[in-house]
Design a protein around this ligand. Structure first.
Ligand code: 2U9
Length: 344
């Protein structure tokens, strides 16, 4: 019996040594120390021993059990440690690796042009004014010297919501509203950027929705020379210090006199090229002296106050500045177009 026990101990220790994971080790534990294991069997056979031999054998069984138990615990600790190390190695993070680059968005090219123009005029003492895109016929047309039935209304085919409410066709109603708020007292010096709507068929140069920036200055002694100096300053800041401007006569119902404003071509310096169609000049603005009727309708005394106004299309400015050939690019959200304006 004694040899049998020593043999079992030897075998168990060998199997513990060979077990290379926790499951295999547990199988060894069950096989040798479990209820149906060989050591329990030896204990059962002790009934056949003499009373003198029994305590000797009992002590021996306990000793063998303890040896196996101790070996199991030691091996379990080793296997558990190995498992932790394996996990740590497989989940290791190299904190010295460079991070994944964050994808940064950028402002839409139109937003950039609008903000650049705003900054320029803020630098000349203007403030920004905004107003509703769903507008009353009164502010969009009537207050701007365009009574119902006026032929010039046809120039701005509109989206009507009711007889009296429409999507604004220009940002001019913002100026009309601002003047009204001033209750006949100057000065007024504002820039009005925003979206406008016209019932138009979209093509490379037309869009049913586009943006405008209009400006208005009303005060005593405002003259056409102030308008010219302001727009020349704008053209030079926007297109280059050696640019010049010229006025050509035009017509707008809300200004008298009215002008179209050209800037000397930045591409050829005014000599004539394909960009300016050989003329040396590019049209970028409309402008004029505020019509006395418009001043009076907004509550200003047109004998005391005069003013100038101008308007431009940021799409056109952006197209000239960046060489964009189709207005629809601004609204199609094609990332291949938009990414070209990423800041570096
Ligand atoms: C008030 C008084 C006067 C605004 C003006 C223009 C000339 C003009 C267009 C050019 C191209 C806009 O982008 S565009 O379609 N604008 O030519 N706008 S004067 O005159 C005003 C506005 C409001 C109370």
């Amino acid at each position: 019996m004694k040899e049998r026990l020593q043999q079992l101990q030897q075998e168990a220790l060998e199997k513990i040594e060979q077990a290379n994971d926790l499951k295999a080790l547990n199988d060894v534990r069950v096989a040798y120390l479990g209820k149906k294991g060989p050591i329990t069997e030896v204990l059962r056979g002790m009934g056949a021993l003499s009373p003198e031999e029994r305590p000797v054998m009992g002590a021996l069984v306990n000793e063998v059990r303890e040896v196996i138990q101790t070996a199991l615990e030691a091996k379990q600790a080793t296997l558990e440690q190995a498992e932790v190390e394996k996990k740590l190695a497989s989940e290791a993070i190299d904190v010295t690796l460079p991070g994944r680059p964050v994808k940064r968005g950028n402002h839409h090219p139109l937003t950039r042009v609008i903000e650049e123009i705003e900054d320029l005029f803020i630098g000349m003492g203007y403030t920004i004014a905004e107003g509703p895109e769903v507008e009353k016929d009164y502010y969009n047309f009537e207050a701007l010297n365009l009574p119902k039935g006026h032929p010039a209304r046809d120039m701005q085919d509109s989206f009507y919501i009711t007889e009296e409410i429409l999507l604004r066709t220009h940002t001019s109603p913002v100026q009309a509203r601002t003047m009204e708020k001033h209750q006949g007292r100057g000065p007024v010096k504002i820039i009005c950027p925003g979206k406008v709507y016209r019932r138009d068929n979209d093509d490379a140069t037309h869009s049913h929705q586009f943006t405008q920036i209009e400006g208005l200055v009303v005060d005593e002694n405002i003259r056409m020379s102030d308008l010219k100096g302001t727009l020349r300053e704008f053209a030079r800041k926007m297109f280059g210090e050696d640019r010049d401007i010229r006025f050509r006569p035009s017509f707008f119902p809300f200004t008298e006199p009215s002008v179209e404003v050209d800037v000397s071509c930045a591409n050829c310096g005014g000599h004539g090229c394909s960009v300016c169609k050989g003329t040396g000049w590019i049209e970028i603005l409309g402008a004029g002296m505020v019509h006395p009727n418009v001043l009076e309708m907004a509550g200003f005394d047109s004998k005391k106050y005069t003013g100038f106004a101008f308007g431009m299309g940021p799409e056109r400015i952006a197209m000239l500045k960046y060489g964009i050939d189709d207005i629809r690019h601004f609204y199609q959200n094609d990332v291949r177009f938009l990414q070209q304006f990423n800041r570096v």
